[in-house]
Design a protein around this ligand. Structure first.
Ligand SMILES: [Zn+2]
Ligand SMILES: [Zn+2]
Length: 462
């Protein structure tokens, strides 16, 4: 009977493989499967994929010239040019392609291998699973920071060379298994060198207890903030169990080879639990990451030391009371990652915060729109890969088409400012009246305005 079942199973499997040969191939970039609005096609052994998805995933800038039917993409000093149905160029040199870029069902498809290799990626093809694996950065010094999509919660996995692994939060209780699977699928060994529990809210520590069972957690750092919940008690017990190393944040420095993780926070006293969040900065060489937990204006305003970072994990899911303009001017992020759930009841991320990020020149990625967000770096340059593409043109522009009533910014308050300046006014001020509605930003009180980096108008003296 057993044999018979095995036979049936293997017939089913071979049938599945045979069927898969006619299905669209899968494309995996830096461990993340890309999803396409129009399926990739294979022609003469070349795979063509929708232009927008692949260039967005590779982090290239794209321009389209309708007159000459030419696509130009640039990334890290390399330029490729593709003419629909015609020639291809890399940095001005013509490259022979077996299949040119073409338009199918109104979408432009480009040859995957050519564009990936032109931008320095390695491309591997597995015929049995019909999978194309693209590696954007290779080598032993590769660092990956995974912002895992756990909905309205935080879970960040930092994978460092030599199997050094760090986990910052693990989402809600129901996210524990998701996080465990994610870590296992992304090369985690059994040792988890460092867990950072930013603060005792359920959307941050809820998923941690099963992590302590699944992996050998060597050290835990938390905020020292207590919560009167069984979830917190359970987390605390497990993090200190069996002589495990547990410490409260106190400006510690952790060195893993050439990579340094600096805890930026220490003992403090705050009104809001979120402000107790352990904040840390990962220095990989030329590329830095700043992880804010749920810290709000008060906590971010007292951070000191080097705060500049190419990549900012935005505080408190993009809440309006985090990520002030003054703070952003110290960080000057190129990329801002918001961990946030679709249709959350908090209205996160708020339009004010998205506007401040846009004003600061940051490209915004969001787990609700982009799924898992993985940033890979060798310490000199970095790539951003996403597991899901939304319908908007670029991640930075996503929110413009995604605004729901819950995200409508406040249109009243004690004071008003303009996103184009750093002054705040009484609404009756003659300057205030010249601010276009789309540029208005409202503040409940002077403290909120000042925390956001605004100063009083000299005219109305609010
Ligand atoms: Zn939170
Ligand atoms: Zn919180």
């Amino acid at each position: 009977m057993k044999k018979f079942r095995t036979l049936v199973l293997s017939i089913l499997l071979s049938f599945a493989v045979a069927t898969a040969a006619y299905a669209a191939p899968q494309v995996i970039l830096d461990g993340q499967q890309l999803s396409f609005d129009v399926p990739p096609v294979i022609e003469n052994g070349s795979t063509l994929v929708p232009l927008r998805v692949i260039f967005e995933a590779l982090g290239a800038d794209v321009q389209w010239d309708g007159n000459t039917q030419t696509v130009t993409a640039t990334k890290s000093g390399n330029e490729i040019r593709l003419m629909i149905g015609g020639a291809a160029y890399k940095n001005g040199q013509e490259v022979q392609l077996s299949v040119p870029a073409k338009i199918i069902e109104g979408r432009t498809l480009v040859p995957l291998r050519f564009v990936s290799e032109a931008f320095g990626c390695q491309v591997a093809w597995d015929g049995t699973t019909q999978t194309i694996t693209i590696t954007s950065i290779s080598g032993t010094g590769t660092i990956k920071v995974h912002f895992i999509d756990v909905g309205q919660a935080d879970a960040i996995y930092i994978s460092l060379p030599d199997h050094n692994d760090i986990l910052i939060d693990a989402g809600n209780p129901s996210d524990g298994p998701t996080v465990i699977n994610y870590l296992k699928n992304n090369g985690m060994d059994e040792d988890l060198e460092l867990v950072i529990a930013t603060h005792p809210h359920a959307d941050h520590i809820g998923g941690l207890p099963p992590i302590y069972y699944a992996f050998n957690v060597i050290k835990t750092i938390d905020s020292g903030m207590y919560a009167d919940t069984s979830m917190y008690e359970n987390y605390l017990y497990l993090s200190q169990n069996e002589g495990k190393y547990w410490e409260v944040d106190n400006y510690q420095t952790f060195t893993f080879g050439s990579v340094v993780l600096q805890i930026m926070t220490g003992p403090g006293s705050w009104d809001n639990v979120n402000d107790y969040s352990v904040v840390c900065r990962l220095d990989t060489g030329d590329i830095e990451f700043l992880f804010m937990g749920d810290a709000g204006f008060p906590a971010e305003s007292v951070l000191s030391g080097e705060l500049d970072a190419e990549i900012l994990k935005v505080g408190h899911h993009g809440s309006r009371t985090s990520t002030s303009a003054a703070f952003l001017s110290k960080v000057s992020p190129e990329v801002a990652v918001i961990s946030v759930g679709t249709g959350n009841t908090y209205g996160h991320p708020t339009l004010e915060t998205l506007q401040r990020l846009q004003n600061a020149g940051a490209t915004v990625y969001r787990t609700d729109l982009n799924g898992n967000i993985v940033i890979t770096t060798d310490g000199k340059t970095y790539n951003t890969a996403i597991s899901k593409t939304s319908t908007a043109d670029t991640p930075a522009n996503n929110y413009k088409t995604q605004v729901t009533p819950a995200q409508t910014p406040a249109t009243t308050g004690a004071y008003v400012g303009s996103i184009k300046s750093n002054k705040y006014h009484y609404p009756s001020c003659r300057y205030a009246k010249t601010i276009l509605p789309k540029n208005q930003i409202w503040f409940a009180d002077a403290a909120e305005a000042q925390a956001a980096g605004y100063v009083p108008c000299g005219g109305c003296k609010p």
